[in-house]
Design a protein around this ligand. Structure first.
Ligand SMILES: C[S@@+](CC[C@H](N)C(=O)[O-])C[C@H]1O[C@@H](n2cnc3c(N)ncnc32)[C@H](O)[C@@H]1O
Length: 239
């Protein structure tokens, strides 16, 4: 009898009287959640200065048209760019587990009507030739197994006269104390030579016919020993 009531108890428990187990979390969602957490903490001070810098450097002030942030992840940079431009911005990322967070963030900042999210591998972008006015990307290109394919795709998708700004690290206008504090938290996470990497990227871009290729390895006064990373800016010539 005891055995029967224990069995019935177990059946009732399993039938939903207790909290059901949570569904398994995918590895894509775990990876997105980690990056979202970093974007809200360690990297939070980077996005507004980067958007300020991009708006000024690429002259996006009154610009309309389409912008793509390649590998935008949480999309924090896009939300900042929406606040400084009149463009429509697309989060093109290989991990769609970011997109629900990105749309909520855009909604919370009142820019949801000027953003989209598209599943995209940088090495085979799902956009037609000459689609975008501007392509930006931070902290993504070093994950592309085939860099040449990725940069070639960026070049293909840019409109003639369009501009791209792609790199990793920090913009030159990030205060040195902030950059240092972030690097202290990231200790040893990224080791690469930004100058050698800049040269490699510039050579690649010249081979596609990109014009006005500019490599930036920011080193603002007082930042000796603090890596600001490397960025490349380039234009597709007008026909
Ligand atoms: C370090 S996170 C940077 C996210 C965002 N750009 C930022 O600065 O907050 C790298 C991002 O690149 C994306 N990514 C990695 N490989 C990619 C690829 N082949 N194509 C498109 N996105 C990619 C990841 O899903 C992730 O969102």
């Amino acid at each position: 009898m005891k055995l029967v009531s224990a069995f019935l108890g177990a059946v009732v428990f399993a039938a939903g009287c207790a909290t059901p187990p949570s569904p398994p979390v995918s590895k894509e969602q775990r990876s997105a959640d980690r990056m979202i957490q970093t974007s809200e903490s360690t990297l939070a001070p980077v996005y507004a200065p980067l958007a300020d810098y991009l708006a000024e450097e690429l002259k996006l002030g009154g610009q309309t048209g389409v912008g793509i942030d390649l590998g935008s992840g949480p999309g924090t940079l896009i939300v900042e760019l929406c606040q400084r431009t009149r463009m429509h911005w697309i989060n093109a990322d290989i991990n769609p587990a970011f997109f629900a967070y990105f749309y909520r963030l855009a909604e919370a900042h009142g820019v949801a009507d000027r953003v989209s999210a598209v599943y995209a591998d940088a090495q085979a972008l799902p956009f037609r030739d000459e689609y975008a006015d501007v392509i930006v990307s931070r902290g993504c290109y070093h994950f592309w197994p085939d860099r040449a394919a990725g940069f070639h795709e960026v070049y293909r998708v840019l409109k003639p006269g369009g501009v791209a700004y792609i790199g990793r690290g920090f913009p030159p206008n990030l205060p040195v104390a902030t950059a240092k504090a972030i690097r202290d938290q990231q200790k040893g996470m990224w080791t690469y030579d930004p100058v050698a990497e800049g040269k490699e990227l510039a050579d690649l871009l010249h081979s596609f016919g990109a014009q006005e290729v500019k490599v930036e390895v920011p080193q603002p006064p007082g930042s000796e020993g603090v890596s600001y990373g490397v960025w490349v800016e380039f234009r597709k010539p007008l026909r």
